[in-house]
Design a protein around this ligand. Structure first.
Ligand SMILES: Nc1ncnc2c1ncn2[C@@H]1O[C@H](COP(=O)(O)OP(=O)(O)OP(=O)(O)O)[C@@H](O)[C@H]1O
Ligand SMILES: [Mg+2]
Length: 263
């Protein structure tokens, strides 16, 4: 469970708040997209959930903990319940794939054999069963993102956060990552994913929270990507399209290989 109660976040020396009076409720097992223009506050929301940041006012509750009040001796328990995937993978280049994933499991203090077993399980899950002894430089970007997902879920977190996980990938490889996230969600993990990829949002039909200027602009079940750039109009604006239009747009996106830009 993730709950933001009237959360405002100011960064020191910045006049406008990054987030202003945000209230969000995300239940266990949900799949939620966070969308909105650059600077809207998507990454700030994810960092507050991870307790990488604390709110200036309001409360952030993750599972049974309020992040601002959790005793320092318990922070590791909160962190253990959250996995995080980034656009640029953040793998250690001098460790093998197996060692990179093991980092995520070692915090559980399990015996070596059990750790190895878990590393192999999650590598199977992301469809990279033979790569444990490779180094990151020997893998493609899509494979590296699958490794970083394997690392994030290795310790069995209740929540997986993903910040533009397909941003560095071509549309087809990105779609493969979406399928893996969908499977992980189907196994019960709550997923919150920040993205700029309109075609993935439109095709997945999951809850979509649209942010703008640090506020929640929309929050829709089976949402769609409303902030689109028309080919004949470079301005970003809100589009109230119907289901039919959305379907046509998906077809167009598929053909044009996601010209609307990065993840
Ligand atoms: N560490 C920081 N110090 C100062 N300002 C920050 C910091 N991190 C974020 N901001 C500001 O907070 C606002 C929200 O930033 P955030 O990174 O959450 O946006 P975003 O929606 O993730 O954007 P993008 O799509 O470009 O990743 C922006 O105005 C940004 O400049
Ligand atoms: Mg961001």
């Amino acid at each position: 469970m993730i709950r933001f109660n009237n959360v405002t976040k100011h960064f020191v020396g910045v006049k406008h708040p990054a987030l202003e009076d945000i209230t969000i409720d995300i239940g266990d097992g949900e799949f939620v997209f966070l969308i909105g223009p650059s600077g809207a506050g998507k990454s700030t929301v994810l960092r507050l959930i991870l307790r990488d940041l604390l709110p200036t006012s309001g409360t952030v509750i993750v599972n049974e903990w309020e992040t601002g009040k959790i005793p320092s001796g318990k922070i590791h328990l909160l962190r253990r319940s959250i996995g995080m995937v980034f656009q640029d993978f953040k793998l250690l280049s001098d460790r093998t794939i197996g060692e990179n994933i093991a980092v995520g499991v070692e915090i559980l203090g399990k015996p070596r054999l059990e750790i190895e077993k878990r590393v192999n399980e999650v590598l199977d899950l992301v469809d990279l069963p033979d790569k444990a002894n490779y180094f990151p430089l020997q893998l493609s970007a899509g494979e590296l993102q699958r490794v970083s997902i394997a690392r994030a879920i290795a310790a069995g977190p209740a929540i997986l956060l993903a910040d533009e996980p397909t941003g560095n990938l071509d549309p087809e490889t990105g779609w493969g990552i979406m399928q893996i996230l969908k499977e992980i969600n189907a196994m019960g993990t709550t997923i919150v994913m920040a993205t700029h990829n309109d075609s993935f949002v439109n095709q997945m039909k999951k809850r979509t929270i649209t942010m703008k200027d640090g506020k929640i602009h929309r929050d829709e079940e089976k949402g769609r990507y409303h902030l689109v750039k028309h080919e004949h109009n470079a301005h970003e604006h809100v589009k109230h399209d119907g289901e039919k239009e959305t379907t046509e747009k998906n077809v167009k996106d598929g053909k044009k290989e996601d010209q609307h830009g990065r993840d």
